[in-house]
Write a protein that binds this ligand. Structure first.
Ligand code: ASP
Length: 450
């Protein structure tokens, strides 16, 4: 049995939904289908989830969202018309969305999540109706009834362990189960969503719960590439990745697969196959527990910007017991999650994601650190990009760091930070965001083209 997840571009219009139907029809093992909300039909189009977020914002700001709602209803009406779906389904969709927008707005996060999740829900209803109409019996499944119970963290929820036992029953359902991705319910019965792109997480949870033989993740590229093809147009496709490689690459910029979707598959040891809805004959990329020993070297180079560094120095910091704990405690109390903490003798630095560290927050945190830790100097530097060079085989290969630093030096890229050793399968470099593309090209050339 396979769980197949289809992303937004795979369901963007009627033509794409028909491709999905053929893919499911072609393999009777594809019994659980997880769907995203309709995505972009062209470069300048807007994803339904973004239209829904605009609806929620408008309702919160103005108390109504008629214009924004019309755009969502229009997208589904178009899909419905082209697939000849029952008119009642489209009327229900409009009514349901009106209901969500008219609901209690006192908790902004929960209100927004309920609206945001509607895209996946309606998508699943349309896909189930279309499949059935075309002779593939399929049933829409409500995540609440199926038992997708999530933590009470709007926009950032995590699955609760008790979900797995209940969701396992999906294995015994007849026909094809169509399951909306991206959201579930809190214990109190409120809708909450995973982080953006979270339908991948739903798929992985279901694959683990039903102990699927494979988790197929259908998207709009033939495979995962060894570097972002928008930066390196001839980047090599990757046939095989390990879970750990995928997690590290997905963390820092490989947008093809959500990094939080790996964990459920890892726990249940389920191979992940990333494939292309537009070219189902391509084998795609397999993500598996292990790679044959000593093969692989560097398999991928990823990058992501949007980081900043908090630098601290204090003379004799190395002898001050509890300094690190107290620093991290301040960050914890301020609700800041940190990514990395490279440190020296009298200095330490903490790398954070920029978006959570507003200028006001920065002033406040820097003030606290100066006062409570009596630091000699505290500075924040914005505009940092992280680059990751990843591969299981790296642990057996000598001289990779020197190759990477030489490549960066040759391209005139200054290394702001280096982190090597905490993970034996990757090296991390911090560079200025404006140097990111240049750095990726240089590293790719050093490891793949030289
Ligand atoms: N539709 C959601 C988003 O755009 C979730 C997903 O597509 O995975 O983030």
């Amino acid at each position: 049995m396979k769980v197949a997840k289809f992303g937004g571009t795979s369901l963007a219009d009627a033509g794409q939904i028909l491709k999905v139907l053929e893919i499911v029809r072609a393999d009777p093992d594809r019994r659980i289908v997880v769907v995203s909300a309709p995505g972009k039909r062209s470069k300048d189009d807007t994803k339904v989830t973004d239209l829904l977020i605009a609806c929620a914002k408008a309702a919160l700001a103005r108390g109504e969202a008629e214009a924004e709602l019309a755009l969502v209803v229009h997208r589904f009406a178009e899909i419905g018309r082209e697939l000849d779906l029952p008119a009642a389904l489209l009327t229900d969709i409009e009514q349901d969305l009106r209901g969500r927008l008219a609901a209690d707005r006192s908790h902004k996060g929960l209100f927004t999540d309920a609206v945001k999740a509607a895209g996946e829900d309606y998508s699943a209803r349309c896909v189930a109706a279309a499949f059935t109409r075309k002779g593939v019996p399929a049933t829409y499944t409500c995540p609440r009834e199926a038992g997708m119970v999530l933590s009470d963290e709007p926009g950032n929820a995590q699955v609760l362990p008790e979900s797995y036992d209940k969701l396992a029953a999906l294995r015994d359902r007849p026909g094809v189960t169509i399951f909306p991705g991206f959201f579930g319910y809190t214990k109190a019965g409120r809708i909450v969503t995973f982080p953006r792109g979270g339908s991948d997480i739903t798929g992985a949870i279901l694959a683990a719960a039903v102990k699927a033989d494979a988790y197929e993740n259908f998207t709009d590229v033939d495979s995962v590439y060894s570097a972002d093809p928008r930066i390196v147009p001839d980047a090599r496709p990757i046939e095989l990745l390990t879970y750990r490689e995928m997690r590290e690459l997905a963390y820092s910029g490989f947008g093809v697969f959500h990094d939080e979707a790996i964990l459920p598959a890892v726990h249940a040891n389920i191979p992940i196959n990333i494939r292309n809805t537009n070219r189902p004959s391509a084998p795609g990329t397999m993500v598996v527990p292990e790679r044959p020993a000593h093969t692989g070297g560097v398999v991928g180079i990823s990058s992501s910007d949007g980081f900043c560094t908090l630098f601290l120095s204090k003379y004799l910091m190395n002898r001050e017991i509890g300094f690190g704990r107290r620093l991290l405690q301040i960050l914890e109390e301020e609700g800041l999650s940190y990514e990395h903490a490279p440190s020296g003798i009298d200095n330490t630095s903490v790398i954070l994601r920029d978006h959570q560290f507003s200028p006001e927050k920065e002033r406040h945190v820097v003030g606290r650190i100066q006062k409570e830790l009596a630091a000699d100097d505290v500075e924040v530097e914005r505009g940092l990009a992280l680059l990751m060079v990843v591969g299981e085989g790296m642990r057996y290969t000598v001289g990779l760091a020197s190759r990477a630093t030489q490549a960066l030096a040759g391209a005139g890229v200054n290394i702001e930070m280096m982190n090597q050793g905490s993970s034996e399968i990757s090296m991390m470099f911090g560079v200025k965001a404006e140097d990111r593309k240049k750095a990726i090209k240089a590293l790719y050339h050093a490891f793949f083209a030289a």
